[in-house]
Design a protein around this ligand. Sequence first.
Ligand code: UD1
Ligand code: CA
Length: 537
Amino acid sequence: MSHTRPAAVVVLAAGEGTRMKSSVPKVLHRIGGRSLLQHALSAARGLDPERLVVVVRHERDAVAAHARAIDPDVTIADQDEIPGTGRAVQCALGALDGAAQAAAAVEGSAAGAGGVSGAVVVMAADTPLLDTATLGELLAAHQDDGNAVTVLSATVPDPYGYGRILREDGAVVGVVEERDATEEQREIREINTSTYAFDAEMLRDALGSVGQDNAQDEVYLTDVVALAARSGQGVRAISVEDPWLVEGVNDRVQLAALGAELNRRILEGWMRAGVTVVDPATTWIDLDVELGRDVTVLPGTQLYGATSVGDGSAIGPDTTLTDVRVGAGVTVSRTHGSESVLDDGATVGPFAYLRPGTRLGSDGKIGTFVETKKADIGPGAKVPHLTYVGDAEIGEGSNIGASSVFVNYDGVRKHRTTIGRHARTGSDNMFVAPVTVGDGAYTGAGTTVREDVPPGALAVSGAGQRTIRDWVLRRRPGTASAEAAEAALAQGEMSLSDQARAERAAQSRAGGGAGGPGPEHQRDERTGTTDEGDTDR
Ligand code: UD1
Ligand code: CA
């Protein structure tokens, strides 16, 4: 079965979605990384309609802007104050007729002068698993039979809340809403999915005579089915086997259930394509994610947005990546990352935070408790431990010592740090940007790099270390520290050379060594320490 191009697909998105209890319009809520409206528009666009119409009213501007952002070629039709799915379609037809007549006038042709004609597919914006294939089958059946209306139905265990398909001797004669149905009609388990193919002319005529005489005082689109049947035009319902495809979202419980089912299907697809998903129950992968062969996704991992992962990479456990491009043979463990690029063979984590603009070259490493932002880290370069790299470039093969900070913020503006190729920076360095460390340069541990370091130089900073002998013995007598020190010193005496012993004695007499601070120069009366041998033991 095949179908021709439909004249239009109409996506209904004007309803309030009150049961969501949300300030965000229902159709903008997301599952699988796409809004409900985006799922609907992408299924609809797959039919290649001449026009794709979205009917809006509630939160009109937000929904219209979102629709245009997804698909710039959509036609927005505004529903007026008259409520109901039938009125929504009437408003869509108004927009379609206007467009068809304008086109006919430009071309000077008769076709279109009477408004849109041919097949019009109508669907709700809140049925996210409905796919192009199912819409295509509906349209093909409609065109093959030459029907006036073809309804997509489903037989479900619990039909509560749906419109029921009414049949007489097997033929469809109407649809009745839950609230308007008799006890007997409520027993019917064949439901209306709110997805239809209509003949445009019949639809226009029928909607003209649909009233609002029902429990909700609305213009029901479903009434068109009975009108067409009564006038003897072809009406048929075709049933979809898989009820998930036509399940609607009315509240957040259904949103979660459909989100979980979509995820289950996405994971199954990837597993069949050669991806190992160790624990599907704790793995979430958005629809637009791309995975290579032999990728392993470990438990507790979420891959969101436009994330892609190359062949043989292992992601997780407990990792969330949003819009991250991961190459082949990459390992990313216990990491939170977004808008970043990790080239082939790179390793990240455990416990890394990749903020937007991070790029890690091939075979590079971002290690444990490392945060990066707008950081271009070259091939084979390593930032292994406890470090913040922001607004920086690190050249190929360089190594950043543990516990370093790229000090990028002066309180008002951000500045860049550049580290050259094959540099070795010591642990606990502060790179006070803007600053450059040249190719092949070294820095000592604890260096605060405020001035550029030329290629091949060693930079060290900070005052020399000052050691005040026996400070603890004098100032913290009787503490565990003092006792431990005393014991160590008593043992150490035996291994000290005569010269060292003489130096220590001289230093102690001077009251704590050259440059010692004031108070420590004073003799400590309690321990009476003036010489290493003179303790109160
Ligand atoms: C509708 C159908 C019901 C079907 C069910 C399937 C009618 C009268 N009933 O009921 O037979 O079983 O869908 O899910 O059609 N909308 C508008 N304008 C409006 C009202 C609704 O654009 O004035 C849109 C909504 O945004 C939504 C869709 O139409 O996308 C369906 O509306 P909703 O209120 O959810 O209809 P149901 O009561 O579920
Ligand atoms: Ca609904």
